[in-house]
Write a protein that binds this ligand. Structure first.
Ligand code: AMP
Length: 411
């Protein structure tokens, strides 16, 4: 039996998982402060949710989906992204009007695996539905930026663009197509194919993009209402102090993506996978799924990449405040009761499941990464215990009631 996980997937085990737990807690706390309610949905959907909701011509649908027939003969796909499923759930819920929704969980794409590019990866995201107002775009962009800030990213570049809407996009696409047709000899085989179905996506090609810097820019073709919308997004970002870089080549190649597109680049990280999150407005998505017209804007943050880029490997996170060491075996039950009290007052505490020598218990405390130890011994009869800081090996005798305070100020 082979114990390695399937290709392109990871077992996220301690200590790495400590950084994950923290990142997910920070996320939930943050989005709750911005007023987003949680949506929990299935990890798989009817395949058409993605063929319609991500788009037939996209690389995800063309090449990367885990699609299979279930025993009832339905075509099922493991979700490659979270937006189309959340919009489906919104449409199915009967809720009308505005909704601020968050989600978090694994996504699946059949990719060529490398660091920061996995076949199962984890995204957290928000979707702000039922409003086309630019304030919603700016708020969503702010959330991702604050999230990275709260996780300790010092350098984040927000790349920002507007790709217009159904009114102004056709003229832009015409100009872009003419420009690309003139340069067919400069395009890679993939881009030549993309040009036929989705010229915008050619700008996204890593191979061709550097040669296409003088391509027509969507922002130069915006109609008056898209220009006003974009100006309002930028000015609201200025108000809340979110820096951004205008990035004319940042595109979302599908019809139902409209106006705002953005991406977070971890600039302090020089690997290829430094795009740690992104999103945009998708005013045509609900209709593409067969629902009524519901405007929306959202973002998805890639947790695997964020932790990789920030170097958060969990090794610096102490998983336990206190390890209870039982020095006199007769006091084992008393110690178990004390342990329970420590946990009740909010300390992360544990003890060995069997009585062993004091030395063995200290070894266990070290192995478990405890910051301190409480030694339950003969002093218990005077209402006291020894407490030890395991990093400095300083030890003192204190009363039982003082333990939580001692832990707070000494560990
Ligand atoms: P997307 O849904 O493609 O817009 O991706 C949003 C974010 O999810 C990206 O910025 C990445 O951080 C992350 N992401 C996308 N695909 C992968 C993958 N295969 N492995 C790890 N992270 C990914």
């Amino acid at each position: 039996m082979n114990f390695t996980p399937p290709k392109g997937t990871d077992d996220i085990f301690p200590p790495a998982s400590r950084a994950w737990r923290r990142a997910l807690l920070v996320w939930e706390d943050l989005v709750e402060r911005y007023g987003y309610d949680l949506v929990l949905g299935p990890l798989f959907e009817a395949t058409e949710i993605f063929t319609r909701g991500v788009g037939e011509s996209s690389e995800v649908v063309q090449k990367q989906m885990y699609t299979f027939s279930d025993k009832g003969g339905r075509s099922i796909t493991l979700r490659p992204e979270g937006t189309a499923p959340v919009v489906r759930a919104y449409l199915g819920s009967g809720v009308q009007g505005q909704a601020k929704l968050s989600y978090s969980g694994p996504m699946f794409r059949y990719e060529r695996p490398q660091a920061g590019r996995r076949r199962q990866f984890y995204q957290t995201g928000v979707e702000y539905l039922g409003t086309a107002a630019p304030d919603a775009d700016a708020e969503v962009i702010e959330i991702g930026y604050r999230y990275l800030g709260e996780l300790g990213f010092a350098e984040v570049d927000v790349a920002l663009n507007s790709i217009g809407d159904a009114e102004c996009r056709p003229a832009y696409l015409e100009a872009l197509t003419a420009y690309l047709e003139d340069r067919r000899d400069m395009l890679c085989a993939d881009s030549l194919r993309t040009l036929e179905v989705n010229p915008l996506r050619v700008l996204d090609c890593k191979v061709c993009a550097p040669q296409l810097l003088d391509a027509p820019k969507a922002v130069d073709y915006l109609c008056a209402s898209c220009r006003d919308h974009f100006d309002a997004v930028k000015s609201r970002l200025d108000v809340v102090g979110i820096p951004y870089t205008l990035s004319p080549s940042l595109v979302r190649g599908l019809d139902y993506y409209t106006r705002t597109a953005f991406e977070y680049i971890a600039t302090g990280f020089d690997a290829a996978q430094n795009a740690v999150g992104g999103g945009g407005r998708y005013d045509g998505l609900a209709e593409a799924l067969g629902g009524p017209s519901v405007p929306g804007v959202g973002l998805a943050m890639g947790i695997d990449r964020i932790l990789l880029a920030a170097g958060l490997d969990g090794k610096d996170i102490t998983p336990l405040d206190l390890f209870v060491v039982v020095a006199t075996p007769e006091r084992r039950e008393t110690a178990a009761g004390f342990l329970s009290e420590l946990r009740k007052v909010g300390l992360r505490a544990d003890m060995a499941p069997e009585q062993k020598s004091v030395k063995a218990q200290f070894r266990a405390a070290d192995r478990r990464g405890a910051a301190g130890a409480v030694i339950v011994g003969d002093e218990w009869s005077d209402g006291r215990v020894a407490v030890r800081n395991l990093a400095t090996s300083t030890q003192e005798l204190i009363s039982l009631e003082e333990v939580p305070e001692w832990a707070k100020s000494n560990l």
